[in-house]
Design a protein around this ligand. Structure first.
Ligand SMILES: C[S@@+](CC[C@H](N)C(=O)[O-])C[C@H]1O[C@@H](n2cnc3c(N)ncnc32)[C@H](O)[C@@H]1O
Length: 308
């Protein structure tokens, strides 16, 4: 298993996703002799996981079953242990495209945080790109290094423990793109410019508050960045539901038919007009938005460093 390529068999040391339902899944580190408790009973790693195919339906000790999924950055984002606030796949998808990331890209990022975005960047720039990620919180940096090794992507990323606003990214004129998710990104804009290639590149800064955006845009302008734009991306999720609607009974028309003009099915027109009988309904499938929509995460400010 590696987060940058697919392998079809579950092996010792893999990080697999135990899927009980869309709202219920968790990661598990596969180990010989290991046991994982679920509400459907125990999963025994040696007999139930190792050697089985990813995507398999595994029966737990109480008879219920789960699916074992191959880990992807998207699933990792939904399942990782939060050490900080993290970025989710909606923002990540826009960041990846607007920073023009592709295999071979060199990227600088700060802070690493819980490494949600880092995993997505690494998957995009593999197998020949590199991520330099800066995190001044020692334990968060160490945990990220441990996870990158476990997920077999350690060779594609360098984690540095330093203050990006004071000490920068530790590299000069190498990056195709820079990403900032820190409280004071305007203090790191000069360092970002130094880290970007001489011939130019793209920058993105994520900030929850508009005041942070204003200061960052001013700093970008002062440092000669162009094409400065700020966007917010909002996701609307739909559930597919069968909807039942009552057909209004507007009384009889002159020709004796029900005035609704809708086929009454098995009901005669007399029946349809009888107040004691259930009213006619029609059923249809529709996409229904969730009652609560995902709200504001942050503003994404993009800009370009040009050669001239
Ligand atoms: C919101 S988290 C980043 C989350 C990350 N984008 C993710 O998707 O998991 C911000 C991180 O930046 C780190 N940080 C804040 N200011 C920093 C600085 N000046 N230099 C380096 N790291 C910094 C914090 O310790 C924190 O871990």
């Amino acid at each position: 298993m590696s987060f940058i390529e697919y392998g079809d068999t579950i092996k010792e040391g893999d990080t697999a996703i135990v899927f009980l339902g869309h709202e219920s899944m968790f990661p598990v580190k596969v180990q010989h002799g290991g046991k994982t408790q679920t509400k459907y009973g125990v999963i025994r790693h040696s007999t139930d996981l190792i050697g089985k195919k990813y995507g398999s339906k595994v029966t737990c000790s109480k008879g219920g079953w789960v699916y074992i999924l191959y880990p992807t950055p998207e699933l990792w984002t939904l399942n990782l242990r939060h050490r900080t606030q993290i970025l989710y796949s909606t923002d990540i998808s826009l960041i990846t495209m607007m920073l023009e990331l592709k295999p071979g890209s060199i990227v600088c990022e700060s802070g690493t945080g819980s490494a949600s975005l880092s995993h997505a960047i690494i998957r995009t720039i593999a197998p020949t790109g590199h991520l330099y990620t800066i995190e001044f919180h020692q334990q968060r940096a160490e945990k990220a290094i441990e996870e990158f090794e476990e997920h077999k992507v350690g060779h594609l990323v360098t984690v540095k423990t330093q203050d990006v606003c004071k000490n920068g990214f530790g590299v000069t004129n190498v990056a195709d793109a820079v990403f900032l998710d820190i409280p004071s990104p305007w203090e790191a804009v000069g360092h970002a410019k130094l880290a970007l290639k001489h011939e130019g590149g793209r920058i993105c800064s994520f900030s929850p508050c508009i005041e942070q955006v204003q200061r960052t845009c001013l700093a970008l302008e002062e440092h000669g960045f162009t094409e400065i734009t700020t966007s917010e991306i909002l996701l609307r999720v739909y559930n597919v539901r069968t909807i039942s609607l009552q057909i209004p009974d507007l009384g009889k028309t002159a020709d004796g038919n029900s005035s609704t003009g809708v086929d009454g099915g098995n009901l005669s027109n007399e029946d349809a007009l009888c107040p004691n009988l259930p009213q006619e309904t029609i059923q249809f499938k529709s996409g229904v938005p969730l009652k609560e929509m995902v709200g504001h995460t942050g503003y994404l400010t993009f800009a370009t460093k040009n050669l001239f």
